[in-house]
Structures are given as C-alpha cells and as structure tokens.
Write a protein that binds this ligand. Structure first.
Ligand SMILES: [Zn+2]
Length: 467
C-alpha cells in the first residue's frame, strides 16, 4: 500500500502518479473500487490484484471526475456505463490506456486497462514456445490458406500471440486486413477495421466486405458467434490465410466448439491448419528462487506425464527479493500446439465420437499443456505450484492414462536423446560459474544436434521471455 498525503497532493498529480506507477510496475489493470470509506485502488501485476492505496471519501468524487475527464468521458453522466481512452505522455512516460466506468450500488467503479505492446513487437520467437512447438507454429503460418486459431480464456496472452504472428507475416507483398473489437494495437502495413455493432458493423458484415478487398491474410479479432465462424472458415478455403482467436481451453474443445457453432465438418476438416492453446504462468524469480525436494505427488506427476524421475525442483521464495513480488516476476506462456495432420483431418470429417477424436488428437505428437508446463518447471522458468494452479493436473492424469504415458515416453525421447540431459536434477536456473559451464555444455550438445538435424534452435534465453 502506498500512503499519499491527500491534504497536500493536487488531484491532477495524484491521478498522474497512480497511472505512471501502474505503467512502471508492469500492471495490466488499475481498479478504482468505491467502498464505504472511500475509493480502493488496486493494481493487477502478473495476473494478481494487489492493494495500492485507499482514497478517503472526501476526494473520491474529484478523482473519479478527473479520470473520466482525461479519458474523454461525459463527466455529468454517472448512471450509465461509459468507455474512454487515455493516450499520450504523462510525466514523460508513454501511456496507452482503455478506461471503463461502471455504475455500482456504492458509486462508479473505474477500471483502466494498460495496453502494452512491447511483447508483441519482440517477435514470435520470444513467445516462450518450446523448440518442437515453435517448428509447428512456423509450419502452420507458412501455408497461404487455411485457418490458424489461438485459443485460451481472457487474459491468457491470446492477443500477444496473434499480433506477434501477424507481425511475422506482415510483408510488403501481402495485403493484410483485420477486423477487431477493439483494435488493441496499430500495426503499420495492416488495414485494421473496428467493429461497431451499434450501426450494424458486426464481425460478419465487416468480413463480407473484407473478402471483396483482395486480402491475402485476414485477422478476425475473435470468433464469438456461428455467423462469424462460418464466414471465417469459408474465407480460409478460398485462398486466404485466416488468423483468429476463440475462447476455448484446448485443441479438442476448439474443434468441438466450431462444430457446435454450425461449421460443417467437411469445411472444417479442409480449412483447419492448426490450433495454439495457451495459459499464462507466473515466472520464477531467478535471483531468489530456492531448490527443494519433490513431494511424492510431484514425483508421481513428473513420472506419469514426462516419464522422468525428478527428485529436486526449483520453487519460488515466498519472501521474495527486491527484484520480484513474492518470488515471481513476469509471466510465461504454457502452450499446446496442434498441427492438423491427415489422420486428424479425416477424423474431423467423419462423425466419430469425442473419445475417439481425443485419442487421435493426442496420439499425434501433440505436447499437452501439462507436459509443456512441467518441462518449463524443469527448465527453472516457473514452479510446480503455478502449473497446479492453471491446469487441472489430476483430471488430466486420470484421463486416458495409457495415452499420456505412451506420449510422455515419446516426448521424453524426442526432447532429450541423445544428450542424456534427463537426470534427477533439473538444470539450475541461477547463474553461477558451475551452472554457466553446464549450460554451455548443454548448448554445445544442442547445437551439435541441431547441426545434424539441420534445424534452427531457439536460444534458451529467448524462450524465457515474458508475455
Ligand atoms: Zn526475487
């Protein structure tokens, strides 16, 4: 909590201070909640809401009015929800914010979303994809038609991934048109269309117009209804690469959702190129993390999911250090990438049941989100606790034990042979002399391997970038 001297600080400065604090501390949202004794300010940092300050009732109204004023809202209206934006420089800090105001029984609640594009501009190789998944991603965006979907709940970094892919495809000789709601980031070279349903400019109607604009690549902000789903699929089989997001949990549920939305199976099987599902886990702070013995449960999960015997892992230090918040700093994406192959294509087209489709999807070389997450625990990027929080481990493990185990062994061999890197101890993420030597050793072996396979490898530092 920050203590402000409300009797001395002018409201204008107070608001500026709060906004700049949010930007500098990598907050994604700033909440202003009306409570009995004033206005409670909280900031969401790395996905967690934290108390920032309490503004006494006396200053509540002025503060809310100031925010509404600078975000271009009607300050005399306090009974209806309003949207606004703050863009420009505050105290020499560039700010780009979306502001929402909602009347509640205690007064107006304001939430400011801080838009940060720095991650989208770093490129697709900074999104935290494992080597295998990154290769699949490159394959799926190299075809000139078909549909690629990025899936996940709200706040899982879907936009960052989508914009990064679009940046990678943004070349002089391609016509890229997007339809979005809202346009989250202006991209040079892309024709971006804002949905405005009040005047009948829906995703579907905008898409119909876009198809007459000779596009190569179409970005659809989000597939929310069956009409959009159907036009999107149709566009992707008529020589366009379509990129979109959908609010589902994994590859399997995405296929099911599209069929539920009335997309014809034969169209879906022809058009679907790939599905990227993702969630965000908090990144471990490398300055203060601690090593610990794995519990029986953790041992079981690693063995069953990755086929590895793990006796020690790194975990976050709850006390934290000066550089982090409770042992965590930033976030990393945990992904599942499905590149549709002929077998899955045929399965989508034929009317097979869910279990059969599931078996086929996960029988391919798909690394499940749980496997990707646990590998990232072993790499010292995140913690078992974080993976436990974002993935229903027991559910995943009880389900189809055989398939997971078989796949785990295949994955284990693919990732680690013949380096014999898999040991009972994970590579230490802290930088000390010995570790560096070990890392160099590992890198060298990996490089040699890469040479043999004639494949590119992603340097481990790049994989560690936050989303
Ligand atoms: Zn720390």
């Amino acid at each position: 909590m920050i203590e402000y001297d409300f009797s001395k600080i002018p409201i204008v400065d107070l608001v500026d201070d709060i906004l700049v604090y949010g930007v500098k501390n990598r907050a994604s949202d700033i909440h202003f909640d009306p409570v009995e004794n004033g206005l409670k300010i909280r900031m969401r940092i790395d996905g967690e809401l934290r108390n920032h300050a309490l503004v006494p009732s006396l200053y509540h109204k002025n503060l809310a009015t100031r925010i509404k004023l600078i975000s271009g809202m009607n300050i005399t209206e306090n009974r209806l929800p309003q949207d606004g934006a703050i863009k420009g420089k505050i105290k020499d800090v560039d700010v780009d914010m979306r502001v929402s105001c909602l009347p509640t029984n205690e007064g107006e609640k304001i939430v400011i979303r801080i838009l940060d594009y720095s991650m989208s501009l770093k490129g697709i190789d900074s999104l935290g994809f494992s080597k295998v998944n990154f290769e699949k991603l490159k394959k799926m965006i190299s075809v000139p038609n078909g549909i690629v979907l990025v899936t996940g709940a709200t706040g899982t970094g879907k936009s960052t991934t989508t914009y990064s892919i679009l940046q990678a495809l943004n070349k002089e000789n391609t016509n890229i048109i997007s339809v979005e709601d809202p346009i989250e980031m202006n991209i040079e070279g892309v024709n971006q269309v804002q949905v405005n349903s009040e005047i009948g400019m829906t995703f579907a109607s905008a898409l119909r117009a876009i198809l007459r604009q000779d596009p190569n690549i179409i970005l659809i902000g989000e597939i929310r209804d069956s009409e959009t789903a159907q036009i999107a699929i149709r566009a992707s089989i008529t020589g366009h690469l379509v990129l979109s997001t959908i609010h589902t949990n994994n590859s399997l549920t995405t296929i099911e959702r599209l069929i539920d939305m009335g997309v014809e199976r034969y169209l879906l099987s022809t058009s679907l190129t790939g599905i990227i599902s993702q969630r965000l886990a908090r990144k471990i702070c490398k300055k203060c993390c601690i090593k610990k013995e794995t519990t029986e449960y953790e041992k079981k999960v690693f063995k069953k999911t990755l086929g590895k015997d793990i006796s020690e892992i790194y975990t976050a230090n709850p006390a934290g250090c000066q550089e982090c918040n409770g042992g965590y700093k930033g976030r990393i994406a945990i992904q599942e990438v499905l590149l549709i192959n002929d077998e899955v294509r045929e399965a989508i087209n034929s009317d097979i049941d869910r279990e059969e489709l599931k078996r086929l999807v996960y029988k391919t070389d798909v690394i499940t989100m749980l496997q990707d997450g646990l590998e990232k625990v072993l790499e010292g990027l995140t913690t078992f606790d974080e993976i436990y929080k974002i993935i229903d481990i027991d559910d995943e493990m009880d389900d189809e034990d055989g398939i997971y185990l078989a796949k785990a062994i295949a994955y284990h061999q693919f990732e680690n042979e013949p380096t014999a890197k898999a040991s009972s101890t994970p590579p230490p993420p802290q930088e000390n002399k010995d570790t560096k030597q070990n890392e160099e050793k590992n890198n060298n072996t990996q490089l040699e391997e890469a040479k043999i396979e004639n494949e590119e490898i992603i340097p481990s530092e790049e994989k560690e970038e936050i989303i």
